[in-house]
Design a protein around this ligand. Structure first.
Ligand code: ASP
Length: 406
């Protein structure tokens, strides 16, 4: 019999997990350690992988201008697509009014609002005072900063830092190899992650909030198909089908783990091997995206803010909805790529337009279900940026080489 490829294996595991979860119910929890083990295995790759591959990526170019340009394009793409995602969320939320006609009592539980971060401090905090601590804590932006500097200095020193360059080059290769080994375990891991979620949530929990679940899912799928489909076609002339198929391992794993940071090694691997993104681009764009680019989260925050307003019978003006676009875009940047972080940042969005925070408690009960799809979109969005930036860089390189040879 022909061996199934990895993507098919993951899909089969996914479907099996849903069937087993439905049939067995909450006691399927017993398989959870398999999921947790998989998650730990990918997580331990992240810090050395990002550090080593970004150092090599930067040292390979040694061109600070290129990094600046790449950073600029990536940032604009991330912000624009995120704002678009919230807008899609708000349009669907207005159209389908998921918060109207719900008959569950509002909770009286007190919810604390997350503090909105101080912009200056957030920016300053990108510079680590102790890079080793940044590595130990897995602070991604600080690691990116440190890696860029290391890469640049290694290039400037040339032969004198050759050993260090080779060290990072080999470390990166070794970490890629480990990713490939761990990936073989993905189908079992996905099974171990999905089955307990399916087993835990009964219809009685999901049904009253089915409308909000549907609106978030439809919004996320629409955003992915339209925004990313069109972007990869327009900028990279890549067929959307090839894009979605190529990134599918990462989309499925992030759906199961609800963590874009945790999925990073698989996102990098899929982008490079299946979508032809160069290591220079993937090692920079993807870790940055896993940290600041959260389109699915922003879309969900837009829908949920409207949901809360509708539930309490509060009308939001056009200006208030614009405020939501702005705060949800900012809140999503501040959202960590870990499970449930988007719910905490939702408090910021809700307070920005003066809605009652008690509304959050309604969503909290089903948040994991929403987290899965939003994380999957977060990760798919990062990969679309990698494809776009890669195409722009390639075109520039071709132009430059033609200019040189002319
Ligand atoms: N779980 C999401 C992620 O890792 C963040 C969120 O909770 O919205 O991308």
């Amino acid at each position: 019999m022909k061996k199934m490829n990895l993507l098919t294996q993951i899909l089969v595991a996914f479907i099996l997990a849903i069937i087993v979860g439905v049939l067995v119910g909450p006691s399927v929890e017993i398989v959870k350690p398999l999921g947790d083990l998989f998650l730990r295995l990918i997580k331990f790759i992240i810090v050395p992988l990002v550090l080593a591959s970004l150092v090599v990526g930067v040292a390979g170019t040694g061109d600070i201008k290129r990094i600046g340009r790449m950073g600029g394009i990536t940032f604009v793409y991330y912000m624009f697509t995120t704002a678009l995602a919230v807008t899609i969320g708000l349009i669907l939320g207005n159209l389908f009014a998921p918060g109207k006609g719900i008959d569950i009592p509002a909770s009286t539980e007190k919810v604390e609002a997350a503090e909105s971060p101080n912009i200056i401090d957030t920016l300053l905090n990108i510079v680590p005072t102790n890079p080793i601590q940044a590595l130990v804590e897995g602070n991604m932006l600080q690691i990116i900063f440190f890696a860029i500097f290391l890469g640049l200095a290694i290039t400037m020193l040339g032969d004198r830092a050759k050993t260090l360059y080779n060290f990072f080059d080999e470390l990166a290769e070794v970490m890629y190899k480990i990713t490939a080994i761990v990936m073989k375990f993905a189908p079992i891991g996905v099974f171990g992650l999905i089955a307990p979620v399916v087993g835990k949530y009964g219809l009685s929990v999901l049904l009253p909030l089915l409308k909000v679940i549907l609106v978030v899912y439809i919004g996320c799928i629409l955003h992915a198909l339209l925004t990313y489909g069109i972007s990869v076609k327009a900028f990279a002339n890549m067929s959307p089908l090839k894009f979605f198929k190529g990134i599918a391992p990462a989309s499925l794993v992030s759906f199961s783990t609800s963590s874009s940071a945790g999925t990073l090694p698989i996102t990098i691997k899929s982008a490079e091997e299946n979508l032809g993104v160069s290591r220079k681009v993937s090692s920079f764009v993807l870790p940055l995206g896993a940290t600041i680019n959260m389109d699915g989260t922003a879309l969900y925050q837009g829908v949920c803010a409207l949901f809360v307003a509708q539930f309490f019978g509060i009308d939001l003006s056009f200006t208030q909805q614009l405020t939501i676009v702005l705060t949800a875009t900012l809140a999503s940047i501040g959202t960590a790529g870990v499970p449930g972080a988007g719910l905490i940042m939702l408090t910021m969005v809700i307070t920005s337009v003066g809605l009652p925070l008690e509304g959050i408690a309604l969503i909290a009960g089903i948040d994991r279900i929403l987290d899965m799809i939003r994380t999957s979109v977060n990760v798919t969005g990062d990969a679309s940026a990698a494809v776009v930036v890669n195409a722009i860089e390639e075109k520039r390189d071709v132009k430059l080489s033609q200019g040189v040879s002319a």
